[in-house]
Design a binder for this molecule. Structure first.
Ligand SMILES: [Zn+2]
Length: 304
């Protein structure tokens, strides 16, 4: 028996034991099988290395990515419109607040809001991400710190975490920590991959957005509601979007690529795969497949 990290209900593991991920039959989240996979501290080592690679220097790849995304936007206009709308909504919401972005990564969003004059700070577990940001934007070097949520000793009105929550093992403890670092009525704004309810009969691990060993939990809407309830957050906003990048990632997974570094950089060579043509082919295919994992934008509000 193994317990779900969200709802605590035990799942039989005999059949699933050798799998990397286990589906909770109660709240429908997927969680990592820790009995044979490293713990989340592996993230730090991974992302220290990850951000020292120069993914975005390849102008050709960036251009191809933009072309395919534009085609996808045109095919799914309403979805994209709502997605873009969310960013505008956030910018209005956090305008005069004290903000912390955790896991800012390349720092694009942080830079954007700092340029707008927002009172924002950034936190990263990756030392190379922090160094890179300071080098790129020396005018904001006082705004970024190395550490995790445990090392934060100030409170904020808004905490933002895009593509962070799915990397955390101890979900309940993490959300409690976030809540403790938020002021009264403070907002936790986060984005995660979420399972597509219509595709609940997921058969293969590669159908969902798992990147070994860095994604620890894939939430369902049920598990998110449960989590909010347990920790004492009100769900202020939740919306799921069909997301081109996830469809592309799923194709990569199906082709045996489980490391996000390959996805970010098609020229990242290991055993000659994937090459440029593979990247182009998968981009094209991704326009037409169904998504097993959606992209969720969620806002929790601290109730007290
Ligand atoms: Zn569960």
């Amino acid at each position: 028996m193994i317990r779900c990290p969200i709802c605590g209900v035990a799942t039989q593991i005999s059949e699933n034991f050798k799998k990397d991920y286990i589906l909770c039959q109660n709240c429908f989240c997927f969680f990592i099988n820790k009995s044979h996979i490293d713990d989340e501290t592996e993230n730090k080592r991974y992302f220290d290395n990850f951000y020292s690679l120069n993914f975005y220097n390849d102008k050709f790849k960036v251009m191809i990515g933009k072309i395919f995304k534009t085609i996808d936007y045109l095919l799914k206009f309403y979805n994209t419109y709502n997605f873009k709308n969310f960013e505008q909504k956030i910018l209005r919401l956090i305008n005069d607040k004290k903000i912390l972005e955790i896991g800012f990564g390349e720092g694009d969003f942080l830079k954007k809001i700092l340029d707008k004059g927002y009172n924002a700070y950034g936190l990263e577990i990756s030392s190379s991400a922090v160094e890179k940001f300071k080098q790129k934007y020396p005018e904001y070097k006082e705004r970024v710190f190395l550490g995790n949520i445990d090392t934060v000793n100030e409170n904020y009105d808004v905490i933002i975490a895009r593509a962070v929550v799915e990397h955390i093992d101890e979900q309940i403890a993490f959300f409690k920590n976030i809540k403790n670092k938020l002021n009264k009525k403070g907002l936790f704004i986060f984005s995660i991959p979420i399972t597509n309810k219509a595709k609940r009969n997921i058969k293969y691990e590669c159908d969902i957005n798992f990147w070994f060993p860095y994604h620890r939990v894939i939430h369902s809407e049920d598990s998110i509601k449960l989590l909010a309830n347990k920790v004492g957050f009100k769900i202020f906003y939740i919306h799921n979007y069909d997301y081109f990048d996830y469809r592309l990632m799923n194709l990569y997974l199906k082709n045996g690529i489980r490391d996000i570094a390959f996805y970010r950089n098609p020229y990242f060579k290991v055993n000659g795969f994937p090459n440029t043509n593979t990247f182009l082919l998968l981009c094209f295919k991704a326009l037409f497949i169904n998504s097993y994992t959606l992209y969720a934008n969620i806002i929790f509000q601290n109730e007290n």
